[in-house]
Design a protein around this ligand. Structure first.
Ligand code: ZN
Length: 188
């Protein structure tokens, strides 16, 4: 098991759809274990394979919910259904989202309150989870990564301009930037 460097926005692997997993072998099991290690070290509540430079449709999550129950798992070749999104104004505090590939930044983003995730687990079995609230947000965020979409791509104004400005100020938005959890403290 190992902690990997995390790609920052601008790295091409983050901006293209990832390939389906065809076989769950030891390489995939090691990759998933490394993804959990990297996510925990960051720290974060979700991580998609493209964020560590691997072009495969896998994400992991680990998050203690409002009732103190640990929600965690791995989704391989996921599909996601979401309910319609409310058109109410975004609540900047309640709906602030972040991403390990845009480290240290937070912007309010409206997400669907309900998401149904269907995917393959590490044993090769299909599962379905119906999620609400923050877990539904995590699923939407991580699923987006596998489409090559970052949450900042989904922002509306004025947050979109603010995010683009923050990314430009850091010199990100082009290839070659990454950070190392445990060595660089950009999150948390
Ligand atoms: Zn992210």
């Amino acid at each position: 098991m190992a902690i990997h460097t995390i790609c920052i926005t601008g790295e091409p692997v983050l901006h293209r759809p990832s390939a389906p997993v065809t076989l769950i072998d030891d390489d995939i099991r090691t990759l998933v274990a490394d993804m959990f290690d990297t996510m925990d070290a960051a720290p974060g509540v979700g991580l998609a394979a493209p964020q560590i430079g691997v072009d495969l449709a896998i994400f992991v999550w680990r998050w203690e919910d409002e009732d103190g129950i640990l929600q965690e798992g791995v989704a391989i070749n996921p599909r996601l259904l979401i309910s319609p999104v409310s058109i109410d104004p975004v609540d900047e505090d309640e709906e602030a989202e972040g991403c390990l590939s845009v480290p240290g930044e937070r912007f309010g983003l409206r997400r669907s309150d309900r998401a149904i995730l269907t995917a393959t687990n590490i044993d090769g079995d299909e599962f379905t989870i119906e999620a609400h609230g923050w877990l539904a947000r995590i699923f939407q965020h991580e699923f987006d990564h596998l489409l090559g979409v970052l949450y900042v791509d989904r922002l509306s104004e004025p947050r979109l301009t603010q995010a683009r400005r923050a990314i430009r100020k850091e010199g990100w938005g082009r290839p070659g930037h990454s950070w190392m959890p445990g060595e660089d403290f950009l999150e948390g």
